[in-house]
Ligand binder design. Structure first.
Ligand code: SAH
Ligand code: SF4
Length: 387
């Protein structure tokens, strides 16, 4: 089933851009904003609740604020979310939004329900493109355009939550978004400050109130930033490992030449030590045919992870044109899983979901190359795929 929404274009006139966009401000930042207006700090929590829990983007609707304050806010501020260019449901229950951000770029966000329907995990993007150029990733192959602002990052959660009918809007009395993974387009640790502000809103009880275990940041291994993150937050951490040796990982994740596997795993140990609970690291392993799917790779993986509390997620490679890689056969994927099992690891296979709407890993906005007419082309591609 496909459902289209009218494009809601981002306003970009001078008057709009000079106002502060409150959507991306963390509680502390909002307090500072209200202090500068000469208002009491509790206004910050009131406004946060309106924006993030009620899905309100008009000050006129914030009825517990005085008329004078609402008028002041109209002049000085705005709540501006990314515009929804496309919204579509996949046959397997995955829902995808294509969002237009400030400079006319597109980002995607995908909501993936768990098999039993208890969890709804939103896969959030942090950048338009990516600088890190992993050889098997279509985002990396697109090149880098820019970092998303914190409003554009949290805006993805805001849109998903609101379109599902607000905080309690999933129809069963629970939150529409129960988990967030920073696994969409981009490397979140290369956009550190904006990603942190957005994740603070995900955790804040006056905004989305998700537990730190239910917000996961995935990184290809920006080691100094892992340490920095551990000093200020303890969300769950996932690393994109994909190989048991530096020799192989260098060919898949160029960043490995700067921060090798040992250095990366040491940073993960330090991160876990800072969490005040028994947290496990998630290790993502994209299985690519004849590249990293052999028994020696499973054995190497088990060996390097032996002293780390972790769970391994196997992701079958999602092919894209010109990648030069292939997805292993189903049998080979199962064999790899079985080898890991024999070595003491239960490694779930993250089945490709949302394939029919191009929402699978590494496919986010993967087919957009021509920037001039890409809205048009993108929409037609998605509609074709969503059939
Ligand atoms: N930049 C971060 C997060 C975004 S990528 C990172 O690299 O961790 C999210 C996950 O999708 C990563 O584990 C990445 O390795 C994986 N991925 C990227 N392209 C893929 C593809 N074509 N097939 C399968 N997994 C892919
Ligand atoms: Fe960037 Fe992650 Fe893709 Fe590598 S896998 S290019 S880090 S988005």
């Amino acid at each position: 089933m496909t459902r289209d929404t009218q494009p809601t274009h981002v306003q970009a006139d001078a008057a709009e851009t000079s106002r502060v966009n409150l959507l991306g401000l963390s509680r502390e930042q909002l307090r500072t904003f209200f202090a500068e207006l000469g208002e009491k700090p509790f206004r910050a929590t009131q406004v946060m609740k309106w924006i993030h829990q009620e899905g309100v983007d008009s000050f006129a609707d914030m009825t517990n604020l005085s008329k004078a304050l609402r008028a002041k806010l109209e002049q000085r501020a705005e709540v501006r979310a990314p515009g929804v260019v496309y919204e579509g449901d996949s046959k397997d229950g995955t829902r995808k939004w294509v969002l237009e951000v400030e400079d006319g770029s597109y980002v995607e966000t995908v909501l993936i329900p768990s098999e039993n329907g208890h969890r709804r995990t939103l896969c959030v993007s942090s950048q338009v493109g990516c600088t890190l150029d992993c050889s098997f990733c279509s985002t990396g192959k697109q090149g880098y355009q820019r970092n998303l602002t914190s409003a554009e990052i949290i805006g993805q959660v805001w849109v998903a939550q609101r379109s599902a009918g607000g905080r309690e809007g999933s129809g069963d009395g629970r939150k529409a978004v129960t988990n967030v993974v920073m696994m969409g387009m981009g490397e979140p640790l290369m956009n550190f400050d904006n990603v942190v502000s957005a994740m603070q809103l995900m955790l804040d009880d006056n905004a989305y109130g998700l537990s730190k275990r239910r917000v996961t940041l995935s990184t290809s291994g920006v080691v100094p930033r892992i340490d920095q993150l551990g000093d200020i937050m303890d969300v769950s951490l996932a690393i994109s490992l994909h190989a048991p040796t530096d020799e192989l990982r260098n060919t898949l994740v160029p960043l490995n030449r700067k921060y090798n596997i040992d250095t990366l795993l040491d940073a993960c140990r330090r991160y876990l030590a800072k969490c005040d609970d028994t947290r496990m690291l998630t290790v993502e392993y994209t299985l690519i045919k004849d590249v990293n799917d052999q028994r020696e790779h499973a054995e190497g993986l088990a060996e390097i992870l032996a002293d780390l509390p972790c769970k391994i997620n196997l992701i079958p490679f999602n092919p894209f044109p010109g990648s030069g890689y292939e997805k292993p056969s189903r049998n080979q994927i199962m064999r790899f899983q079985q080898w890991l099992y024999e070595l003491g690891y239960t490694a779930p296979i993250r089945m490709t979901r949302g394939d029919d709407i191009d929402a699978a890993c590494g496919q986010l906005v993967g087919r957009v190359k021509d920037r001039t007419k890409r809205s048009q082309r993108y929409i037609s591609t998605v509609q074709l795929d969503a059939g």
